[in-house]
Design a protein around this ligand. Structure first.
Ligand code: ACO
Length: 379
């Protein structure tokens, strides 16, 4: 039987390659559901760890189940000696995403070879914030701070990174930020993770690959780019409109805008926008929120942008929130990775449950019949 006619779609736009019960993105409405529950409602009423349980198990936990899940994470938050060595001896100018990727990868080198997929995935969730915070401290010459059993992932990160307990609301905001990044359909990094899982490789390899994919500026890197743009704007003498007009004139993309699926707005950006306003009102220094609103307004009125359905994405407002909470700029993308680890691990487990090796094709457009040229005949 001959193969069906191949489908050709560069970038795989709008191609469905898997079934999932984890998250649903409706770009038209627009809405984002985690296991059928509106992510905006979860951001309002749930927590990152409760949402992680929901995504992994398909139902809300009872109090005991959530406590049990928390205990499993608590048991694994400390870094093993080998992983700690990698993080603490990384050069201070190392890229934090590279350090996080290496630390996650090393969890299986220094882990128990007999661990189940779920146990390895728990280690990834639990150790990511610890590794990141430890690098944040050692690169500044400070001692690392051990995780505490009476703190959730967000508060623990804050405590381990800053060496002091966060203000209650700050910990809550960090928790919401992680929750809002928990899963998002088959984006580039999740797809990378599922492709790796489809070869029956392990969950740690899949998450390591996913972190590499998230690092790119077209995917996760944009929240950092937004903050750097704002700082540059602030330093320049230009007003927002002339700064942006120049960017567009130079053919540059404005970070924090545009999305392959959302063409009206990104529901996660709505939640971050509200938080950004609250944080801006309560923080001294430049009014990042007003600058972002001005940017949004400018692009809304810019016909060549608006016509293409380019609107704010999750990265537009998240950067200023992290920045105001004292998260270093080069930690923005790793924070995204920490939150998304829930989705990556859940998607990998889903892939294992109904696997087919992902193996698309490429059309060969190169030359044929080229002979070997001996070295001394080459020009
Ligand atoms: N600023 C200016 N123009 C843009 C932007 C932008 N942010 N985004 C897209 N465009 C333009 C493109 O130049 C292109 O114009 P053209 O048709 O005249 O060539 C048109 O809109 C369509 O662009 P595509 O790249 O085909 O759109 P796609 O859906 O593939 O892009 C993407 C989505 C990659 C996110 C893009 O909008 C972008 O580069 N945005 C900036 C980076 C960013 O914010 N990334 C974070 C995304 S959210 C996330 O991953 C968590």
């Amino acid at each position: 039987m001959s193969d069906p006619e191949p489908i050709r779609r560069k970038g795989l736009d709008n191609v469905i390659v898997a079934d999932t019960e984890l998250s649903h993105i409706d770009g038209e409405k627009p809405e984002l559901l985690y296991r059928g529950v509106d992510a905006q409602e979860l951001a309002d009423r749930s927590s990152y760890e409760e949402t992680a349980y929901l995504l992994w198990n398909g139902e809300f936990p009872t109090r005991d189940e959530l406590d049990g899940f928390r205990a499993e994470l608590d048991e694994r938050r400390s870094l093993s000696h080998g992983v700690a060595e990698i993080v603490e001896h990384a050069p201070p100018d190392a890229v934090p995403m590279d350090v996080l990727r290496s630390a996650v990868s090393a969890t299986s080198v220094y882990g128990d070879a007999g661990e189940t997929t779920r146990e390895r995935a728990l280690s990834v969730l639990a150790k990511g914030p610890t590794a990141l915070a430890a690098f944040g401290r050692t690169r500044n010459g400070d001692d690392t701070v051990e995780p505490r059993g009476d703190r959730d992932s967000a508060a623990n990160f804050h405590n381990m990174h800053n060496g002091q307990d966060p203000d209650y609301r700050h910990a809550e905001i960090l928790d919401t930020a992680l929750l809002l990044h928990a899963d998002h359909g088959l984006n580039a990094s999740t797809f990378t993770g599922r492709v790796i899982a489809s070869t029956e490789s392990d969950v740690v390899s899949a998450v390591t690959g996913a972190i590499g994919a998230l690092k790119g500026p077209l995917h996760g890197g944009a929240n950092q780019d937004v903050m750097e743009m704002l700082l540059d704007m602030e330093e320049s003498d230009k007003d927002v409109s002339s700064y942006l007009a120049e960017m567009l004139e130079d053919g540059e993309r404005v970070p924090g805008f545009g999305h392959r699926v959302y063409k009206e707005f990104d529901p996660r950006a709505e939640v971050f926008k509200e938080i950004a306003q609250e944080v801006s009102e309560n923080t001294e220094g430049p009014d990042w929120y007003s600058m972002l609103e001005e940017i949004e307004q400018f692009l809304r009125e810019e016909k060549r942008i608006h016509e293409k359905g380019i609107s704010p994405n999750v990265d537009l407002y998240s950067g200023t929130v992290y920045y105001s909470l004292g998260v270093p700029i080069d930690f923005f993308v790793p924070m995204f990775a920490v939150g998304r680890s829930v989705g990556w691990t859940a998607q990998v487990m889903e892939q294992y449950d109904d696997n087919r090796l992902v193996r698309p094709r490429a059309e060969y457009v190169g030359e044929r019949g080229v002979g070997y040229v001996p070295m001394d005949e080459r020009e």
